[in-house]
Every structure is written in structure tokens, then in C-alpha cells.
Design a protein around this ligand. Structure first.
Ligand code: SF4
Length: 109
């Protein structure tokens, strides 16, 4: 049976350790770091317009708007509590403002 040279074995072990550390690091950084790496959802994005997304819920005049609702208390918001922005399940690849709102808002359980 062929043996793996020790330098190659060391390289493979280091590679495995490094590969396992990347997702852990991302988890330790939390949703805010991920959100900061996502571009902000443009209000003129076609889906954002279709769902009447606004960056400031206090300015919303939409008929389905409920007082006190915003992205931070929406079930689709994936940002860490207390952050100013975060990912939204409905707008993959973008971050939304925690104080934002859209007509798909649903109370966080
Ligand atoms: S679905 Fe919820 S979190 Fe996403 S933009 Fe609309 S209100 Fe904000």
C-alpha cells in the first residue's frame, strides 16, 4: 500500500482544518456581517416596486400597512436582532433596512 508523504499529509490536514473554519467564522460573524456584504435592495428593483418596499416604514401609506410593522419584526427578515439591515428571504442577494417595510410583511412568530 502506498503511504502518503508526511508533508502531503500535513497539507491535507491543514486544508481540512481551514475548510471547516470558514463556515464557523461566518457563523461567528453573524448575520450583520453577511448583510453588510450584500448590496442594499434598490427601491427601484422590480420586485421591490411590486411589493411597495420602502426603506422607512414610518413613511408608508400602503393600505395593508399595519402600524408598528417593519422589516425588523417581519418573519422574512434574517438580520441579527438590533442590526440596521439584514437579508430578507424574499429578496435574495440584497439586504433590506430593519426599519424598512414591504406589502409581504408578516409578523415574526
Ligand atoms: S418581506 Fe419582510 S423583511 Fe422582507 S422587505 Fe418585506 S417587510 Fe421587510
Amino acid at each position: 500500500m502506498n503511504e502518503i508523504p508526511s508533508s502531503r499529509r500535513r497539507f491535507l490536514v491543514n486544508l481540512a482544518v481551514a475548510a471547516s473554519a470558514v463556515p464557523l467564522g461566518a457563523r461567528l460573524l453573524g448575520g450583520n456581517a453577511i448583510a453588510q456584504s450584500l448590496p442594499a435592495l434598490p427601491v427601484d428593483n422590480a420586485q421591490a416596486k411590486a411589493l411597495a418596499y420602502a426603506e422607512d416604514a414610518t413613511t408608508v401609506k400602503h393600505p395593508s400597512f399595519k402600524a408598528g410593522s417593519d422589516c425588523a419584526n417581519c418573519q422574512f427578515f434574517q438580520g441579527a436582532p438590533g442590526t440596521s439591515e439584514g437579508p430578507c428571504a424574499l429578496f435574495p442577494g440584497h439586504s433590506v433596512k430593519a426599519k424598512g417595510w414591504c406589502s409581504a410583511w408578516a409578523k415574526k412568530a
